[in-house]
Design a protein around this ligand. Structure first.
Ligand SMILES: Cc1ncc(COP(=O)(O)O)c(C=O)c1O
Length: 377
């Protein structure tokens, strides 16, 4: 492919020596589990996002589920979220036993519309779960104020938004819990799967640690092998822990995130300049910094354009289309209609972006796009 969407091998080669050394360090230590890499990465990640606590888990979906469970959310409760996201967002809600209540999005940002949230709150609502779509922070200040006024929690899905900012503050310390994904294609990609919850609340962090680790204290579990103490489960627990190998690799890659963000913002500016007259390009909300995990434009005749790009070897994606309420599993149970999300999902097209690409490749995408758009007329 001339311009791939992702190139994991290229990203690996940039840090090959350090990653290989990290893998060897963990393997040679013999400590694949309950070791020092996970707590060390948690401290470094919390510092990066400006949060008091980070709790690692084994996926973004797991982060959302653990956050909701730690807040005591379960059967009989409702959690408000959006239809245009990864299935992990709604399935995390459903796996707690709570019901998801979907609301439409703001056409300018494609993120949760606070007015729609206000109208959807019922006596059963326990939490608001906004998604920072493609890296654009949601209307967090407004949503947090609304949640506080109504006694609700805010669990932010920032799986696409590591490094995004609201008024100079990185996402990660604003909501009650912020959830991140370290899937390989994210800003900070593991070599498998991973995620994290960040929070300012020590009690909530401790509950998330226990829930993700069989409902028991980590230090106690760690000493079982050496001291012979017995298992001691304080809560019902899951096995959603991050492993030592992932944590060691993420520690190598974390310092590269600022450069990845710089490159993405530079590429977004190149795209906006070249394509802004042909299609609707993403607009950064004033007072925020978009993290551009995805660069997603909206255009009529999207499918023809997409075919043209694919024929030219240019990677592209339909990021989170069709929306969740139109996916067979959910549509069959609860037919619903969200005009803004549906319209955007019919027009959106994701283009390659990220530090695996150089400016020449971005220019190639732009030229391919212009040619394909001419043909699609
Ligand atoms: C917005 C959003 N939420 C949740 C997830 C789930 O993360 P994971 O794949 O790590 O479980 C993703 C993954 O792509 C995502 O984009």
């Amino acid at each position: 492919m001339a311009v791939p969407l992702y190139d994991h091998a290229r990203i690996y080669r940039r840090r090959k020596q350090e990653i290989d050394a990290a893998l060897a360090r963990v393997l040679e230590s013999g400590r694949l589990d309950w070791g020092d890499e996970v707590p060390a990465f948690e401290a470094e990640f919390a510092a990066f996002v400006g949060a008091a606590h980070a709790v690692t888990v084994n996926s973004g979906t797991g982060a959302l589920k653990i956050a909701l469970l730690a807040l005591g959310i379960g059967p009989g409760d409702e959690v408000i979220t959006v239809p245009n996201s990864d299935i992990g967002t709604v399935s995390a809600i459903h796996h707690t036993g709570a019901a998801s209540v979907l609301v439409d999005v703001d056409p300018a940002t494609l993120c949760m519309d606070p007015a729609a949230v206000r109208a959807a709150i019922t006596p059963r609502t326990r939490a608001i779960l906004p998604v920072d779509l493609y890296g654009q922070p949601s209307a967090l200040r407004e949503l947090i104020a609304l949640a506080q006024a109504k006694g609700l929690a805010v669990v932010e899905d920032a799986c696409l938004a590591l490094g995004a900012e609201v008024e100079g503050q990185r996402v990660g310390s604003l909501a009650d819990v912020t959830c991140f994904s370290f899937a390989p294609t994210k800003h900070l990609g593991s070599i498998g799967s991973g995620g994290a919850c960040t929070t300012q609340d020590a009690g909530l962090a401790a509950r998330m640690v226990r829930l993700s680790a069989y409902g028991q204290d980590r230090a106690r579990h760690r000493s079982i092998a050496t001291t012979g103490i017995s298992l001691h489960h304080e809560t019902d627990g899951l096995n959603e822990r991050m492993d030592e190998i992932q944590a060691a690799v993420l520690r190598v890659k974390l310092p590269d995130v600022p450069e990845s963000l710089r490159v993405r913002r530079h590429q977004a500016a190149l795209y906006a300049a070249a394509l802004g007259k042909l299609c609707e390009v993403p607009r950064e909300v004033p007072g925020t910094r978009h993290a551009f995990r995805n660069y997603v434009v909206q255009i009529e005749r999207r499918d023809a354009l997409r075919e043209g790009l694919s024929l030219r070897g240019i990677g592209n994606s339909l990021s989170y289309a069709p929306p969740m309420h139109l996916q067979p599993f959910y549509a069959a149970r609860n037919p619903q209609h969200f005009p803004v999300a549906e319209r955007s999902c019919a027009r959106l097209l994701g283009l390659p972006i990220g530090p695996q690409l150089d400016d020449g490749q971005i220019a190639e995408v732009c030229a391919g796009f212009v040619a394909a758009a001419g043909k699609a007329e």
